[in-house]
Design a protein around this ligand. Structure first.
Ligand SMILES: Cc1cc2nc3c(=O)[nH]c(=O)nc-3n(C[C@H](O)[C@H](O)[C@H](O)COP(=O)(O)OP(=O)(O)OC[C@H]3O[C@@H](n4cnc5c(N)ncnc54)[C@H](O)[C@@H]3O)c2cc1C
Length: 213
């Protein structure tokens, strides 16, 4: 493989695969072009031979996972179940995304570099087969969020209030991706920075001499 001068994933596209989805106002799918071929398990690194990869990711999944305690001992690892594709909407949308990725991959502009489609392969053509391929081995972009959601007093499930204070515990704030009440339809990093800035403002306000409560 030739030496790389970038991180292999410089070209991205955010698209809307389900324009009628009332739950998502922004893009719901992300495509990312990598200048290397990934194998069936991207985490294992490059696949054999030469090629390019177009990754598809859900930006506003309907499926919801869980993080639960496994007992009273805080050193016991939590029980994490991401429940990928628990909601069929997500599979249908990913099928749309795979078709979009295929269209990009087959575009004339990439003709110079194109051979045969390796994964999932041209025989994986109808929705059922594409859905089965997707369910076989789902992966994540690492954009976990919302395990400790913020909300108002009337939100029964809210763990922290709108000033990031853990309800029922004095002197404890949370300022990370876990407080997002919904999944943002974007990569999560910028929102986490904004949460950190907000937490800094709140702490500055609460510790300033002028603050009376
Ligand atoms: C592989 C990968 C690629 C990503 N790429 C992008 C991207 O390109 N763009 C983008 O916007 N987002 C990206 N994200 C998502 C983004 O990185 C996360 O949403 C963001 O970092 C989450 O911030 P956080 O503060 O909630 O958690 P983290 O950034 O995970 O911070 C948690 C911190 O807590 C520390 N910690 C854990 N346990 C303890 C403990 N017991 N005591 C003390 N410290 C502890 C950890 O060491 C860590 O520093 C990516 C995520 C991954 C995994």
């Amino acid at each position: 493989m030739p030496p790389s001068h970038n991180n292999h994933g410089e070209a991205e596209g955010l698209i809307r695969g389900d324009p009628r989805d009332p739950a998502c106002a922004g893009p719901d799918l992300q495509l990312q072009l990598l200048d290397i071929p990934l194998g069936p398990r991207p985490a294992d690194g490059p696949g054999p031979g030469e090629g390019y990869t177009i990754l598809v990711g859900l930006m506003a999944p309907y499926s919801r996972g869980t993080v639960r305690l496994d007992g009273p001992d805080p050193s016991t690892p939590p029980l994490i179940d991401p429940r990928y594709y628990a909601d069929h909407h997500d599979v249908d949308l990913m099928v749309t995304g795979l078709r979009a990725a295929r269209a990009v991959g087959e575009a004339p502009a990439l003709g110079l570099w194109r051979g045969e489609e390796a994964l999932p392969g041209p025989e994986t053509a109808d929705d059922e087969r594409l859905g089965a391929y997707l369910r076989q081995d789902p992966h994540t972009y690492g954009h976990y969020a919302g395990t400790c959601a913020l909300g108002t007093d009337t939100d029964a499930g809210a763990v922290v209030d709108t000033e990031l204070r853990v309800r029922g515990v004095d002197g404890l704030r949370v300022a990370d991706a876990s407080v997002m009440p919904t999944v943002v339809s974007a990569s999560t990093g910028a929102t986490v920075f904004a949460l950190g800035e907000r937490a800094a403002d709140l702490l500055r306000r609460d510790t300033s001499p002028a603050h009376d409560g």
